[in-house]
Design a binder for this molecule. Structure first.
Ligand code: BEZ
Length: 282
């Protein structure tokens, strides 16, 4: 098994995720309908995080293995949900192709999973261009023939306002635009890119859609937009010395205030765009 890159800092904490992004596992009814969980299903959950999403389908299936590169999130998942039918393992999902043999039990080509699911994780996992297609090929290899891969992730144009404000604030603080683009940790593909990529590694794509889903930020004083930017934008902020990061968070919040805030109640909404699909290994 490949362990996650020890040089890479673990930005995640289950508590911070709950404070700033508790809505993520809740807005998943359509994805769960695509999963169509059955009592005999063995499911691989790619980028399972703290297991709160996994828990939603766990009662309806036979077994789940959740994998995620964050030791903090896997710790939380094992503490809260580990059982005879649920296990959670630290694994860098960017290298799923190399992991396929271990995850499949046999050689590549002998997938043992009925279903692979991924919620709100592939925009991180598919970010490195060099491993993107290999990761999708690894998912394909994990599935039994006839098995399905269902996913939801940020699609093209997702949180475009925050992305633009972060680029602007970092450039204002002396970082070159090329460097900001290099550290950008997100990949939000279009329907066309994702369909072609999945077909390219051997899937038959049965569903693929993009949906605008304005999403209300938490109102908690440690959450809100600032909490979201600190947590989700950590890899952007790390290009700056520590003492300059909070200034950038403030600047992003100021730039976005008018666009995100509803006058009737002061609530703030982000422009989430979800790319959702179902692909089958034939
Ligand atoms: C998303 O789920 O769309 C998302 C999460 C973190 C950063 C950017 C987007």
């Amino acid at each position: 098994m490949t362990s996650p890159n020890p040089q890479q800092k673990d930005h995640w904490s289950a508590e911070a995720y709950s404070t700033s992004a508790s809505f993520v596992p809740k807005l998943t009814q359509t994805l769960l309908r695509y999963l169509d969980p059955q009592p005999t299903d063995r499911v691989l959950d790619v980028g399972c995080g703290d297991g709160k999403f996994t828990e939603l389908f766990l009662p309806s299936i036979a077994y789940v293995l959740g994998i995620d590169s964050s030791p903090a999130m896997i710790d939380a998942a094992n503490t809260d949900y580990r059982s005879a039918k649920a296990e959670f393992r630290v694994l860098d999902c960017c290298y799923l192709d190399r992991e396929a043999e271990g995850l499949c039990g046999g050689g590549v080509g002998e997938g043992k999973w009925d279903k692979v699911i991924s919620n709100a994780a592939l925009h991180w996992i598919l970010r490195p261009e060099s491993t993107r297609l290999k990761t999708l090929a690894g998912i394909h290899a994990c599935l039994k023939p006839g098995g399905v891969f269902v996913f939801e992730m940020g699609g093209h144009g997702n949180v475009a306002e925050v992305q633009s404000a972060l680029i602007y604030a970092l450039v204002q603080n002396g970082v070159s635009v090329e460097e900001v683009r290099r550290v950008n940790p997100w990949f939000f593909p279009s329907v066309e890119w994702m369909t072609a990529a999945l077909e390219g590694v051997g899937f038959t794509v049965e569903r693929m859609e993009i949906e605008d889903r304005p999403t209300k930020l938490t109102a908690d004083k440690n959450g809100g937009l600032a909490g979201w930017v600190r947590l989700m934008g950590a890899r952007f902020l790390e290009v700056l010395p520590e003492e300059k990061r909070e200034g950038v968070v403030r600047q992003v919040c100021e730039v976005l205030f008018t666009a995100l805030t509803r006058v009737e109640d002061g609530s703030q909404w982000l422009g989430y765009r979800r790319l959702r699909g179902l692909a089958r290994r034939v």
